[in-house]
Ligand binder design. Structure first.
Ligand code: FAD
Ligand code: S2G
Ligand code: ZN
Length: 492
């Protein structure tokens, strides 16, 4: 039995045939079509694996065709044909999503944006960037950095994820504390609707109050309302002075107290506040070529980053803060990065956690928002439930579950509860689902802080949204995608 509920294939969708592929050949350059012999193509099915399996290797579809259009017009022609002929489509960016949203459930056509990766314009005065949806986040970061700016979001997947996928998932990341969400930094979008309509709202205006702000509907829509082909986003000025410190903290309440004091002392120059526990750290030290910057192990680690205009000024602030935290016993040890390479190493410690966990085994991920005071309680709670079910014993490797850990963007009240098991299997999954969602709902939290709903959480949306909210989401879905061909089985 599969370890997650895979909805049956809907017969409302046409099964792809050679005639469909022949039509795509009339609208797309042949090198942009990857089709297997099952649909009259010549591609080796193994070539489609990277498009059919997600980053976690947890969700897998069996699409026989990947289309990689080079222009908005080509996307429009694909969608119009697929909508008219009831062919299901999964829009795909960098395929780093973590809720099964970016891969086919069955044989849906994969529409990949990776061939649309041009910067369309950049205004160095305002910092406003207009680019194709398929631009890789890290490449945009490098592009704007050369021009004295930064992207308004940063996440561990930056080397592969696309700005279009970031917008489609309303990605949060490690700089949301400083730069806010994409709902604020995205100024406009170019979106192709399933009927082929191109909604050209690639505005570069900071202010435009003319009617409903339709772009907001597509931010976080996870490929279910339209395909984002262009993004207009405002990029903040790059700070002259960046400092990073990693702290060793004795307990979770001290992590919170340190956060409170950090905000008081660093205020406007605080640009990130991340935490992780000892289990997360053990996975990183095992799988990354990194050393603990502190002299010993601690139950919790905190990374603080400040970004300001005056290095000495911020050095003094951060140095003073560390002293105060040590004097108060809130922090047991701290290391202040002395140069850019140490800053990079400290960040790779935090950003290397997901990959280190995936290298440890099959990783169950629960990305939740809950009030900060109780945020970490769920980790101990889940560990106990697993022990009681005889599935886990801290430190032992002879149980199905190897590791339970918690880390994340505590400044956003966002915890990443991760459990690493030998394999994904029902007897483990049922410990968490629906228990974790009930727990979060009882604390009036959100069952998905930043990763979205995808396939994984569609059946649990009711834990965070009322029936009438879900009803109106469905009406919006019906308005934009009446034949339900876009990313079926997901979100609503
Ligand atoms: P994909 O995975 O390809 O797609 C994601 C969803 O968006 C799918 O539903 C897909 O259908 C849809 N989609 C993609 N492109 C388009 C488009 N052009 N138009 C319409 N729909 C589209 N997420 C966070 O929020 N914060 C983090 O800190 C974070 N850290 C991560 C760290 C690692 C190591 C990894 C592997 C993932 C992390 N993620 C994080 C999750 C993931 O990177 C984000 O969700 C990211 O925004 C997905 O971008 P993508 O281009 O890979 O999209
Ligand atoms: C992060 C990545 C996903 C996870 O590292 O901030 O969003 O839970 C996460 O590993
Ligand atoms: Zn995250």
């Amino acid at each position: 039995a599969s370890f997650y509920h895979k909805p049956a294939r809907s017969e409302a969708f046409k099964r792809l045939s050679a005639e469909d592929v022949n039509y795509f050949k009339t609208i797309l350059p042949s090198e942009t079509i990857l089709a297997t012999p099952a649909v009259g193509g010549t591609a080796d099915p193994a070539e489609l694996d990277a498009f059919n399996a997600d980053w976690l290797n947890k969700y897998r579809g069996n699409s026989q065709i990947v289309l990689r259009p080079k222009s908005t017009e080509q996307v429009a022609a694909i969608l119009k044909y697929c909508s008219d002929n009831r062919v299901a489509v999964v829009p795909q960016g960098g395929n780093t999503g973590l809720v099964g949203g970016s891969v086919p459930v069955h044989d849906e056509v994969v529409l990949s944006l990776r061939n649309m990766s041009k910067v369309r314009s950049y205004d160095e005065i305002s910092g406003i960037l207009v680019c194709d949806a398929g631009c890789v986040l890290e490449e945009l970061e490098n592009y704007v950095a050369e021009r004295g700016h930064v992207m308004p979001l940063d996440l561990g997947a930056k080397g592969s994820c696309h700005i279009g996928g970031n917008v489609a998932t309303n990605a949060g990341g490690i700089k949301l504390l400083r730069y806010g969400s994409l709902h604020g930094s995205v100024l406009g979008l170019e979106v192709v609707l399933p009927d082929g309509t191109v909604l050209d709202n690639l505005s570069t205006l900071r202010k435009d109050n003319t009617g409903y702000d339709l772009k907001q509907l597509f931010i976080g829509s996870e490929g279910t309302l339209g395909v984002i082909t262009g993004v207009s986003v405002v990029t903040p000025r790059r700070s002259e002075a960046v400092n990073v410190a990693v702290l060793g903290v004795p307990d979770y309440s001290s992590v919170q107290r340190a956060f409170k004091l950090t905000r008081q002392r660093c205020g406007e120059v605080l640009s990130a506040y991340e935490f992780w526990d000892a289990s997360s750290m053990s996975a990183v030290l095992k799988h990354q070529d990194l050393r603990n910057p502190l002299s010993s192990e601690y139950p919790f680690y905190v990374l603080i980053e400040t970004s300001g205009s005056n290095k000495d000024h911020d050095d003094e602030k951060l140095g003073g803060l560390l002293e105060e935290l040590m004097e108060e016993g809130v922090v047991k040890d701290g290391a202040l990065a002395q140069d850019d390479s140490q800053i990079a190493r400290m960040w790779s410690m935090r950003e290397g956690i997901p990959e280190s966990l995936s290298k440890t085994g099959a990783t169950y991920k629960y990305d939740i928002s809950i009030p900060i005071p109780v945020l970490y309680d769920i980790v101990g709670d889940i560990a106990q439930r697993l022990e009681k079910a005889n599935l886990y014993k801290p430190g032992s490797t002879s149980y199905p579950v190897r590791l339970v850990c918690g880390y994340g963007h505590i400044g956003d009240g966002n915890l990443h509860l991760n459990v690493v098991a030998e394999r994904f299997e029902d007897k483990v999954t049922k410990i968490f689902e629906p228990y974790v969602y009930e727990w979060v709902s009882s604390h009036r939290g959100s069952i998905s802080a930043e990763h979205g709903v995808g396939l994984m959480k569609r059946d649990y949306l009711g834990y965070s949204k009322s029936p009438s909210m879900i009803e109106y989401m469905k009406r919006i879905k019906d308005l934009f995608d009446p034949n339900h061909i876009l990313n079926p089985y997901k979100v609503v």
